[in-house]
Write a protein that binds this ligand. Structure first.
Ligand code: NDP
Ligand code: MG
Ligand code: MG
Length: 334
């Protein structure tokens, strides 16, 4: 069973004499900075000149500095900028300004696990990864609650790295909910696997394939859209609230029988074998190398693939049909 920490296992005193530099003021950054400050922690924010978030952080009452300055002024550095820009920012502005005994904190393990950032031996390196977007981290804290998080220690120079990480998690409100102990390896590899085969990759392809096959067979795209995409939310909501069995319980008996007998032919042994291959690519670092090189090359495939997704026929139908549903707020990404 996983080891889970709660409020009683974490002491904010470990951060009493520390100054935390939150680098980045986006989804996670703003929530961490605000929650920590409300928990009595001394927090400053590090950004780059011209950053869109600079004013926002100042408006929220924080002292904001360029990254190198913020690191110099602090002894606890929280890396909350996009994962793809972290290595360059770290090498240029952070590495040489880290003091002995500082804590370097991440909210995702990618750059440490795949050696894109190699911190000096004289700092603690920890992970506190809330299992939710930043706005929910903030909202739950304000309601006196918290979101669950993962915690891990990569390097324990002080001998107190876990105490510091748990104190930080408490400052975020996460120990109110529970903080699960993991490793950088487990957090990174499971995160990548989940988003590739299930959450983002798997689901998107399943939706498109269902839509395409119905349209190919002569059914109307509008009708296909509802079956392939729209109704997925109703199903996912049931699964989210009550588990898969609660979903089976709620759908018709015909849906139950059809789903239970046919679903296994879709996610069959061949598909599972492919999923295992994808996990291997993650574990060996093959995926990480591909993505790092893709970024170095200016993301040629990435932008091509995004363009193809944007132009998929289901997007056109969806745009029109969502107008029929006034309760859908809609997200405009054009
Ligand atoms: P965001 O993209 O929301 O935040 C980006 C922030 O970093 C902005 O303030 C941005 O400024 C700033 N920034 C961008 N480039 C630089 C730079 N070169 N120098 C200094 N600041 C810069 O990031 P997230 O909060 O989504 O992610 C941060 C970390 O949290 C990542 O490691 C991510 O994996 C992890 N994480 C994210 C979760 C999420 O739900 N979002 C959940 C759990 C973990 P500007 O406003 O100018 O763009
Ligand atoms: Mg994830
Ligand atoms: Mg991820």
């Amino acid at each position: 069973m996983a080891k889970i920490y709660y409020d009683k296992d974490a002491k904010l005193e470990h951060l009493k004499d520390r100054k935390v530099a939150v680098i980045g003021y986006g989804s996670q950054g703003h929530a961490h900075a605000l929650n920590l400050r409300d928990s009595g922690v001394d927090v400053i924010v590090g950004l780059y000149r011209g950053s869109k978030s600079w004013k926002k952080a100042e408006k929220d009452g924080f002292e904001v500095y360029e990254v190198s300055e913020a690191v110099k002024k602090s002894d606890f550095v929280s890396m909350l900028i996009p994962d793809t820009v972290q290595p360059a920012v770290y090498n240029k502005y952070i590495r040489d300004n880290l003091k002995e005994g500082s804590v370097l904190l991440f909210a995702h393990g990618f750059n440490i696990h795949y050696n894109q950032i190699i911190p000096p031996s004289y700092v603690d390196v920890v992970l506190v990864a809330p299992k939710s977007p930043g706005h929910l981290v903030r909202r739950m804290f304000e309601e006196g609650k918290g979101v669950p998080a993962l915690v891990a220690v990569h390097q324990d120079y002080s001998g107190k790295a876990l105490d510091y990480a748990l104190a930080y998690a408490k400052g975020l409100g996460c120990t109110r909910a529970g903080v699960i102990e993991t490793t950088f390896k487990e957090e990174t590899e499971t995160d990548l696997f989940g988003e590739q085969v299930d959450l983002c990759g798997g689901v998107a392809e399943l939706i498109k394939a269902t839509f395409e096959i119905l349209v190919e067979a002569g059914y109307q795209p509008e009708v296909a859209y509802f079956e392939a995409l729209h109704e997925l939310k109703l199903i996912v909501d049931l699964i989210y609230e009550g588990g898969i069995y609660a979903m089976w319980y709620s759908v018709s008996d015909t849906a139950k029988y059809g789903g239970m007998t046919r679903g296994k032919r879709i996610i069959n042994e061949r598909v599972k074998e492919e999923m295992r291959k994808i996990l291997k690519e993650i574990q060996t670092g093959e995926f990480a190398r591909e993505w790092i090189l893709e970024n170095m090359a200016g993301r040629p495939s990435f932008y091509k693939l995004l363009e193809m997704e944007r132009n998929h026929p289901i997007e056109k139908v969806g745009k029109e049909l969502r107008k029929m549903m006034p309760w859908i707020k809609g997200i405009d990404v054009d």
